[in-house]
Design a protein around this ligand. Structure first.
Ligand SMILES: [Zn+2]
Length: 145
């Protein structure tokens, strides 16, 4: 997993306002991919829950999981189930703090949204509905984080 060079932001592709917890998101990932996908899951109330050790390879960007920390916020779909930036104020704050702590720890860290990795998205078996791949995390990481 080392050295850590990248950090990638994701959304859980869950409906706006539904208070799914990190443990539930992790259960879905284990069922689909055989392991937790992300290193952190940020819940609606801003709680950042550690779901994988940094030294453990995640399963969140097809073909690009080595040295790549994955952070997922709960949400990412509007009530119409279309991609939407549903981050709560507390999630925004928490994401910013997490990213800053990794930037301090790993100078030169490259921070991206999942969609910024296109088109190499499903090479190692993580197949997501195409619309999510193109949208995830539903905001522009380069300008916001
Ligand atoms: Zn994603």
């Amino acid at each position: 997993m080392m050295p850590i060079r990248y950090l990638t932001i994701h959304c859980a592709a869950t409906i706006e306002g539904r208070d799914h917890k990190a443990a539930e998101v992790t259960r879905w990932d284990v069922a689909r991919f055989g392991q937790p996908s992300y290193h952190w899951v940020v819940e609606l109330d801003g709680s950042a829950v550690r779901t994988l050790a940094d030294a453990t390879r995640g399963a969140h960007v097809g073909g690009h999981n080595t040295g790549n920390i994955g952070i997922c916020y709960v949400g990412g779909l509007g009530r119409d189930a279309k991609p939407k930036d549903t981050r709560t104020a507390l999630q925004r704050k928490s994401l910013r703090e997490l990213v800053e702590s990794y930037r301090r720890k790993y100078p030169g860290l490259i921070v991206r949204g999942h969609r910024d990795w296109s088109p190499d998205l499903d090479r190692d078996g993580k197949i997501e509905p195409h619309e999510w791949v193109k949208a995830c995390p539903c905001f522009d990481v380069a300008t916001e984080l």
